[in-house]
Design a protein around this ligand. Sequence first.
Ligand code: DLL
Length: 431
Amino acid sequence: MERYWNQEIECMSAEDMKKLQDERLVAQVKHVYENVEYYRNLMDEKGVKPEDIKGTEDLHKLPFLSKADLRDAYPYGLLAKPLSDCVRIQSTSGTTGKRVVAFYTQNDIDLWEDCCARAIVAAGGTNEDVCQVCYGYGLFTGGPGLNGGSHKVGCLTLPMSSGNTERQISFMRDLGSTILCCTPSYAAYIGETLHEMGYTTDDIKLKAGIFGAEPWTEEMRHSIEKSLGIKAYDIYGLTETSGPGVSFECSEQTGMHINEDHFIPEIIDPETGEVLPEGEVGELVFTSITKEAFPLLRYRTRDLCVLSRKKCSCGRTLIKMKKPMGRSDDMLIIRGVNVFPSQIETVLIEQGYAPNYLIEVDRVNNTDTLDVNVEMNPEKTEDIAVQEKALASAMKTMLGINPKVHIVEPKSITRSEGKAVRVIDRRKLHD
Ligand code: DLL
């Protein structure tokens, strides 16, 4: 039987949810307008007053907020509560440009952890579980978010953080961990290490994994499920919207339910900003209607995604988002063709290779080049050149362009303990 953390909300009728969202949105817009000069200016520029927003149907009247705005307003410019009411910050790694700093009141933390608790319960978690959290702790939201959710559910929580993989496995065995939380690429690495240490899935008690923070394919899901003997659930979120728990997967595994009582989603055309109807692919935009310290109205995530209101067998009525295909800025344009690293991952795993790969893009004599490096599968007996040709041809069918495939030595591609780096684009160095 399906269990819920908050059945009333998770299974609420569309009508009641709209009412709740309307009330919260109106209050949030007022809160933001009155307390954040940056927003007041954006809204004044667009000629929108808080009174113009009476419900979700008016959402489109509000200006968008982008990552560039967050940088402009860094660090305190979007704070909607006095610092004395804030108890925590979390932050992004800041590898591309200035880091994003998000602020939390105690209430913000409570609601965030609540969202993570919903995800853990949807993955089958109860107070009987031992939940091993191997997302990074510290400024990254993964560790603290799932840690808090796990406490709420009452699981015995192992705050491992990432790294030291053999130790992760010793703890997993000694303490009988039943739920694993980490990035999918780290889950794959943990699975690989488990088998290398001479264990099988019979030597561990894991039953479920809650994996997110980076794009991953269905093929990757199957590969992890097999290697760890678990059911693997997706979880999504971003620092700007608190962290993990904006949406989470249920037993149906056909997309993630968005916690609509906290976040109103929209899909827009990334070029024109026009709101797209349900079912169309576009950029995901969120409005947070309960966050106090760092509320975001119509925040452009840059994640490409599709929404669906199709009835779910788990009983939840919360709208679902499909697995994001990656960020619009992760999309590679190679010889004019749009290529997502996830398409390459799909081909590699379908053809029987482990998800250890590195994509290299460059420009030689004014022509883009695409090189895909993947580690050898020792069980394959064909000639390497034959294997490389077969992979290149499968990728040509999927992508429409011809990559150069290199099958490399086992263990020669760096394993990820957090978010995997799958692409090196050297064209950026020439620009
Ligand atoms: O990655 C928060 C998180 C932690 C989510 C743990 C899930 C689990 P950021 O570092 O700010 O926050 O990165 C957010 O990661 O905009 C997406 O592009 C990507 N992302 C997050 N979850 C998923 C997912 C955390 N399940 C950015 N599938 C987002 C695909 C994801 N991409």
